[in-house]
Design a protein around this ligand. Structure first.
Ligand SMILES: *[C@@H]1O[C@H](CO)[C@@H](O)[C@H](O)[C@H]1NC(C)=O
Ligand SMILES: *[C@@H]1O[C@H](CO)[C@@H](O)[C@H](O)[C@H]1NC(C)=O
Length: 315
């Protein structure tokens, strides 16, 4: 740290510039992001072992310059502390498990608590939640399940941006024309039965203090939060599915493959990877890193009518 500061001050002096945030330019250009596995869907004919990760989440992160480490759901607390200290961010994917009783929720809580502690100690660690991951984050922050049923299964919607959301951390680097597409075109894929209503968010002090609403949607009866970011932590959540547009191909309503939808997908991934680049966590050595990476596993093709084209399975 000291050597870096001395170097930065020296560099700033030599350039004739004053850089107050010298240390923050110290980005990690080899980010590794953990993706949490979850209990297999009951009756999955391809399942091997107790858990899976849909390959679309892996490709989504890889497309934006990160490598992926799968996180199994059967580990001990000590296993997860070790992984936490080696990875630069966590993605909680979509799926269909109990967000209060599953192993997925147990492991989410371990990482969430570690991330809060780390960030409080200026050890940057971002978390991204998609769909079920969004819902899991609301439970972790409020210690309650405040979700409500909405009619939002297999529908593509335009986002309603909250006032000033274009200046949020997440959206401020998006091109203006992309923000316009997100606001005007039906390009965000919604595949959820449960949602966090604006009403329940507003009534819950923990959620309201923790997260800033960036976008909302409605099913025609209830207004719900579709994108949010934490005020004081690098935590981000989308109720929609940016990874589906480029990487999932089931032919049904709500699936969108337009150029603007794919661009929106990439910009969300790129933003999260840029957050992971601010984390300095690392594996102890190359051997540990090599053994942990997703490249050790092969995804299984599930067929064109599957909700996930390819899954990774874990024992
Ligand atoms: C608020 O949360 C409760 C669960 O605590 C749920 O039963 C209810 O439907 C929610 N109401 C709205 C409007 O979201
Ligand atoms: C487009 O979005 C609107 C909400 O703004 C929704 O009512 C409509 O069902 C959507 N259309 C499609 C084809 O998904």
């Amino acid at each position: 740290m000291c050597a870096q500061v001395v170097f930065a001050v020296l560099a700033a002096y030599l350039c004739g510039l004053f850089i107050p945030s010298a240390c923050r330019d110290n980005l990690n250009y080899r980010p590794v992001i953990g993706v949490l596995a979850q209990e297999n869907i009951i009756g999955d004919p391809h399942a091997q072992g107790p858990s899976y990760i849909a390959a679309s989440y892996v490709k989504y992160l890889e497309s934006a310059g990160a490598r992926v480490v799968p996180i199994r759901i059967t580990g001990s607390y000590e296993d997860y502390v070790k992984i936490f200290n080696a990875i630069n961010g966590l993605l909680l994917p979509g799926g269909n498990v109990d967000i209060q009783k599953s192993q997925f929720s147990r492991v989410s809580k371990i990482f969430y608590d570690l991330a809060i502690k780390a960030n409080d100690a200026s050890d940057y660690f971002p978390i991204w939640g998609t769909c079920q991951g969004f819902q899991q984050l609301t439970v972790l922050t409020s210690n309650k399940n405040l979700l409500t049923l909405t009619d939002t299964k297999a529908v593509a919607l335009p986002l309603t941006f909250a006032l000033g959301a274009e200046n949020s951390r997440l959206f401020k680097s998006f091109p203006k024309d992309l923000l316009l597409s997100l606001a005007q075109e039906n390009i965000t894929s919604n595949f959820h039965s449960w949602s966090l209503s604006v009403q329940n968010y507003t009534r819950n002090a923990k959620l309201k203090r923790f997260y800033r609403i960036l976008t909302t949607n409605t099913d025609g009866r209830k207004e719900f939060i579709s994108t949010m970011e934490a005020y004081r932590y690098p935590f981000y959540a989308v109720q929609w599915h940016p990874e589906k547009s480029p990487f999932e191909w089931i032919d049904k309503p709500g699936m969108i493959h337009s150029l603007s939808a794919i661009k929106a997908s990439f910009y969300t991934a790129s933003f999260f990877v840029s957050e992971a680049m601010k984390s300095q966590h690392r594996f102890l050595d190359q051997k540990e890193e090599e053994e942990a990476l997703i490249y050790n596993y092969s995804p299984v093709f599930k067929g064109l009518s599957s909700i996930f084209m390819q899954n990774y399975y874990f024992d």
